[in-house]
Each structure stands twice: as C-alpha cells, then as structure tokens.
Design a protein around this ligand. Structure first.
Ligand code: NCD
Length: 312
C-alpha cells in the first residue's frame, strides 16, 4: 500500500500540494463517491470528532464538512457564527482554538483575517484545516474545483481557465490559480474591472512557475479560447465603500448568450454563492457544472481529506 503523506497534517495553503498528494486526494474522493452511492458512508472515523469553527458565513463549506464527518461515522462540534461562543466575550483566537483542539481531533476554521488558519495551527495540537482566511486562501475549495476540472479534462494539458469577477478579493481564485500552476501548459486568463485586478505578487508567482497569464477587462475577448469559465461573486464583505460595491457587483453577468461564444465542451463553474453573476437559465446548459457537479464534489473531497488526515 502507498504511504499516506497527508496523515496528521494541517491543510493551510495549496502551496503544500504536489501532483502526488493531489492524486492521492482525488483517488480517495473517487472511492468516497462510490462508498456514498453504495452505502451512504461507513464507520472509519467512529469516535473521532471535528470542530467546525466558522467566524464567517458559510453554507457549502460548513455543510459539506459536517456531512463528510458524519458519513464517515464521526461527530462534530458545529460552531457557525461565533455570537454564542466565548468569542463574543472577547476571547482570543489562540484560546478558542486550544479549547476546541482539546475536545476534538481536527479543527476546521474559517476566519476573516489572512493568516488566521496558520496562527490557529500554531496553537493547536490537532490538525487544522483552513476553510477560508479572509482574502487569502481557501485550499479545500481549490481541491474540489480542480477535482471537478480533472473529471472533464483529465490531463489538464494545454487547457485555458478563465476566471472572471473579483480577482482581487476572491480567495477561491487565489488558491485555484496557485494550485493549477503545478501543472505544465496551463493558461490562466483573469477578467476583472481594473480595481479588482488579480494581485501582482501572486501573478508573478504564477508566471515564474511557467503559467501563461493574460488579463482582460472585457469578457468577450477571453471567451473563445476558454475551456473552463470560473465565475466569482464580487466580495461585498471586503468593501469599505458600499457605493463602489453597488457599481461593481454586476460588472459581468453570464447569460445563455455568453455561452454561445464558448466551446461546446467547455465547462462553467462557480464556487457559489452567486448573487446575480450567472443568470438562472444558464443552469440548464449542459456545460454548467456548478450545481450539478461542483458543489457535490465538495463533500467527496472533504470526506477524502478527513479520512487521509485522521487515519494512517
Ligand atoms: C466562497 C468563499 O467563501 O470564499 N464560498 C465557498 O466557500 N464556496 C466564495 C464566495 O463566498 O464568494
């Protein structure tokens, strides 16, 4: 049997992944898909407890981590919104994390500040999984996004991924772009208004790794080449000036007309939630995978991660 290189490890950033670890996670996720279809789950994580410590709103990440743990026979401490915990009394992140690390076997954390998951991991004796640290990273979303892409483009050879929307603040964009840079021959196209441009330092990292990067302000120019259209929400919670958010929120809206300019075998993705940037009637197009595949893949990926981190 192959050694489990993830056992006991934190998941803090996509920088920690290699082709080898991705292969392990994706093949385990494939097994989870079969397991759920056949039996709904198993008991491999019986008497194992996960804390889900969410300082920011979440539906899919929170819900899929909880169900992933339960499908593997484990239990959860679900803390969604910290209003009713001691955080509301002013407790520090360090003390909160140490508390829940002493009760449970793994801590999943979402927090508004960049670097918060790393700080949590420094204080936790148990593995910590970053479920989003401000505008920084969202590694488990990037894993489920890449998993979804590889189910359509298994080799990732010469594919063009176009990311559109809030390139500046979107942590899913930052993580997925970095994760894709592991692979040779990937082209990334970033489409955004100039004030929501992809961060320059991060872009340099990508080009240094050999990724071809193109930036656009207009979506139509980027469409014909596109294999994967990754649509994102303008991140309202990162704006101090809500007037400019209102002006920008619908800077790009994907409609069935948009898809007329795309390849027949392209796919359209969105980490969700969407707040108007993809029209509802796009859902009917067979290329739209955000509801049919992407969100469900989140559960299989998180089942795989929990199993790999918690069992040798
Ligand atoms: C994303 C997030 O929280 O960064 N949501 C998610 O986890 N699927 C994307 C977003 O909120 O726009």
């Amino acid at each position: 049997m192959k050694t489990n290189i993830l056992y006991g490890h934190d998941i803090l950033s996509v920088d920690q992944f290699s082709e080898e670890s991705l292969q392990l996670i994706f093949s385990t996720a494939d097994n989870m898909r079969i397991l759920v279809a056949q039996k709904g789950g198993d008991e491999c994580l019986k008497r194992t407890i996960m804390t889900a410590l969410f300082y920011e709103p979440s539906s899919r990440t929170f819900g899929s981590f909880i169900t992933a743990m339960q499908r593997l026979g484990g239990g959860c401490i679900p803390l969604q919104g910290v209003t009713y915990s001691s955080v509301a009394k002013g407790e520090t992140l360090a003390d909160t994390v140490r508390t829940f690390a002493s009760y449970s076997d793994v801590v999943v954390i979402r927090h508004p500040e960049i670097g918060s998951a790393k700080i949590a991991a420094e204080f936790s004796e148990k593995p910590v999984i970053n479920a989003g640290d401000g505008t920084g990273e969202h590694p488990t979303q990037a894993l489920l996004d890449l998993y979804t892409i590889t189910r359509h483009f298994p080799t990732l050879k010469n594919i063009t991924i176009t990311m559109v929307g809030d390139m500046l603040n979107g942590r899913t964009v930052h993580s997925l772009a970095k994760l894709l840079s592991i692979f040779q021959g990937v082209t990334l196209q970033f489409v955004s208004p100039s004030i929501l441009r992809f961060p320059e330092g991060l872009q340099k990292k990508l080009t240094d790794r050999g990724v071809t990067v193109r930036t656009f302000e207009r979506l139509d120019t980027a469409l014909p080449e596109t294999d994967v259209l990754y649509v994102t929400r303008v991140q309202k919670e990162r704006f101090t000036d809500l007037d400019s958010y209102e002006k920008l929120k619908h800077c790009y809206v994907i409609t069935p007309k948009t898809l007329e300019h795309m390849k027949k075998d392209a796919i359209v993705m969105h980490p969700l939630p969407r707040v108007g940037e993809i029209a509802m009637d796009v859902d009917l197009d067979p290329r739209a995978v955000y509801i049919r595949e992407e969100m469900g893949n989140g559960m299989y990926i998180r089942m795989a991660l929990l199993k790999l981190i918690l069992l040798p």
